[in-house]
Unconditional design. Structure first.
Length: 621
């Protein structure tokens, strides 16, 4: 009798122990499942903020809440493989998954702060872009990023005090299969109905669209990257436009035409040399502004007195940043919605500015301070149509500032390169020094900046821009001494915004900023068409984008409009009744005579450009 009582007591203890073991292990699984998923909401807590360096949990939660089941499902699919391990290995695997996915989301956040989108897996093929970028990367960190690491403290303590309950755990193929299959079916239900059964289901809209941030919001950053891998695989295959897509492209170009009579600007600078200077991170707000009576951009301010000036040119770059500007300025095509155009499609055919000018007898050259591998510039610019390409290896490396060659030594060495070109020429020159985080050596800081501005990133930006502006002035003076400016049109454009694009959080720490310091969502870069002998300076307040630069330049240079009217997505800002621009995040900026149809067409252009580049639309046109 005593033996039976002992056996029953032992069995009860064993049952209670097993139940306790399972409960403790299940709690661990639930904690790690939810902690990873909630980090997706944390990610949105930064990205849905006006300032992505600050954290607003409720903003992230409100965006994530309707789709949180997807957050859990994608995370569960990753964790399910842990059940194929036994013992403590199962939970070590889950911790490793947590570490990996957390780092992935932090990288996504840093990338968003730089590019206002999330990175494609293709970014891993672009390691050349990290050259000399450590300062920029560290400047993208926020003290609030610590929220991504809080759960590791909880999980570490949990494992420490309950480690004995995790040791004698068997492999469970059944658990893996159940969790993984249920996850796949839940994730795949809508796309299976849409693309296999061809029937509409509720929620199908979340699988449409070309905005990576939409995918990150709906599926969490984890889900976005799973879908991105699939899309990269899909995009690796030749893209063929459907009859419907071809019709949409034709309709776009037909609807874009305004059929206005030509004006005095047509062919105004025909047969002149063209020199485009694309200035790193140059924003329009510094033009004609002073700090304590000191002009920030005296050289550019002087140029405007002999220029056609467009102060409301909105940046439209995407993940390719500066290389996207190279693309738009020369082709009037919008950059890819995901990834870098120069990396993914460097050999796409365009009716580009260098090609059109070459047909008119121009010598063409792209001139960079960077190495040709950076953003795949060499292949991309040659693919656009430049016959000559000069990069870092074309110069004597006698002074480095920030990312590479200083603008002072670079522009000095560019002069003989331009002089060697046969006239008429088109020279596309790209500067570098005014790149963030704007670490200009003290000996070159010529502005006397005081107070809180001196120690703020805005003060550093003013110093960097002032330095580059000075050397642009010296550069143009040297070209003038060589007798080149009388017959040359000089165009100044910013490649993208700088201090407001990457460091708005630091700008906002200023206690007493001048109103003009603040961006207020404008994101504009200068577009200046200068000619030494032009005596009728004019400012056009028309809203436009970087995609409009190429057709505007083609108009003043006398290029036959028929050669680009059905290939340039942008419009000629010198002869238009429309005043608008579409940003890469689909924000529509407009003033004056614009309609809902204009907005619809402009937004459609983002998608159409993507498809045209992928399908090499102009190759057989």
């Amino acid at each position: 009798m005593n033996i039976n009582k002992l056996n029953i007591s032992s069995m009860k203890k064993l049952f209670n122990r097993l139940t306790k073991d399972k409960i403790i292990r299940v709690i661990f699984y639930i904690i790690i499942l939810y902690s990873i998923s909630i980090k997706g909401a944390f990610f949105l807590g930064f990205t849905e903020n006006k300032d992505p360096y600050s954290f607003n949990f409720f903003a992230g939660y409100n965006k994530a809440h309707p789709f949180f089941n997807y957050y859990l499902t994608f995370t569960a699919a990753f964790l399910s493989f842990g059940f194929l391990f036994k013992g403590i290995g199962k939970y070590v695997y889950m911790l490793v998954v947590n570490i990996f996915l957390t780092l992935l989301m932090i990288v996504d956040l840093f990338y968003f702060r730089g590019f206002l989108t999330v990175p494609s897996i293709l970014v891993t093929t672009q390691t050349a872009n990290l050259d000399n970028m450590s300062g920029t990367i560290f400047s993208l960190v926020s003290r609030y990023d610590i929220v991504f690491l809080i759960d590791f403290i909880i999980l570490a303590l949990y494992l420490f005090f309950a480690s004995k309950y995790f040791k004698k755990v068997k492999r469970s193929v059944k658990s893996f299969a159940i969790i993984f299959v249920i996850s796949v079916f839940y994730i795949g239900y809508i796309p299976f109905n849409l693309y296999v059964l061809h029937r509409e289901v509720s929620g199908s809209y979340i699988f449409s669209g070309y905005d990576p941030m939409d995918s990150a919001r709906y599926f969490s950053p984890v889900g976005y990257h799973v879908l991105d891998i699939y899309n990269v695989y899909k995009d690796s295959k030749p893209y063929t436009l459907t009859a419907s897509e071809n019709k949409q492209i034709e309709d776009y170009f037909n609807n874009k035409k305004e059929n206005l009579p030509d004006n005095k600007y047509k062919s105004m600078f025909a047969n002149k040399n063209l020199l485009v200077i694309q200035v790193e991170s140059l924003e329009n707000f510094v033009i004609n502004q002073k700090i304590d009576g000191q002009e920030i951009t005296p050289s550019l301010n002087k140029l405007i007195n002999n220029s056609i000036y467009f102060p409301n040119t909105f940046e439209q770059v995407n993940e390719g940043t500066s290389s996207d500007s190279d693309l738009m300025v020369n082709t009037s095509m919008l950059p890819l919605r995901s990834g870098s155009t120069f990396f993914k499609y460097p050999n796409t055919t365009y009716y580009s500015l260098p090609k059109l000018l070459e047909e008119m007898g121009y010598d063409t050259a792209a001139i960079h301070a960077d190495k040709g591998s950076f953003w795949n510039y060499a292949a991309g610019l040659k693919g656009i149509g430049f016959k000559k390409f000069f990069d870092y290896y074309s110069y004597e490396d006698d002074e480095q500032i920030g990312l590479g060659l200083s603008d002072g030594t670079y522009l000095r060495q560019v002069v003989p390169k331009i002089k060697s070109l046969k006239q008429p020429f088109y020279s596309f020159v790209v500067t570098l020094t005014s790149h963030g985080p704007f670490d200009l050596p003290d000996k070159y800081k010529e502005l006397n900046i005081k107070g809180e501005l001196k120690d703020n990133i805005m003060g550093s930006y003013f110093q960097s821009v002032h330095y580059t502006d000075k050397h642009i002035g010296i550069f143009l003076d040297n070209l003038d001494k060589e007798g080149l400016l009388d017959n040359t049109v000089v165009v100044i454009v910013g490649d993208h915004t700088g201090v407001h694009k990457y460091y708005d959080d630091k700008v906002n720490t200023l206690k007493n900023p001048e109103p003009w310091y603040l961006d207020n969502g404008n994101h504009t870069v200068p577009f200046i068409i200068y000619q030494k002998n032009f005596k009728e300076p004019v400012k056009f307040d028309t809203y436009g984008g970087q995609v409009d630069i190429m057709p505007t330049l083609a108009y003043v240079l006398g290029i036959d409009e028929k050669k680009y009217i059905n290939s340039a997505l942008g419009r000629n800002l010198l002869n238009t009744d429309k005043s608008f621009a579409i940003l890469t995040n689909k924000t529509f900026k407009s003033t004056g005579n614009t309609t809902d149809k204009d907005k619809e067409q402009a937004t459609k252009a983002l998608e159409l450009s993507d498809k045209m580049i992928k399908s090499n639309y102009f190759k057989n046109k």
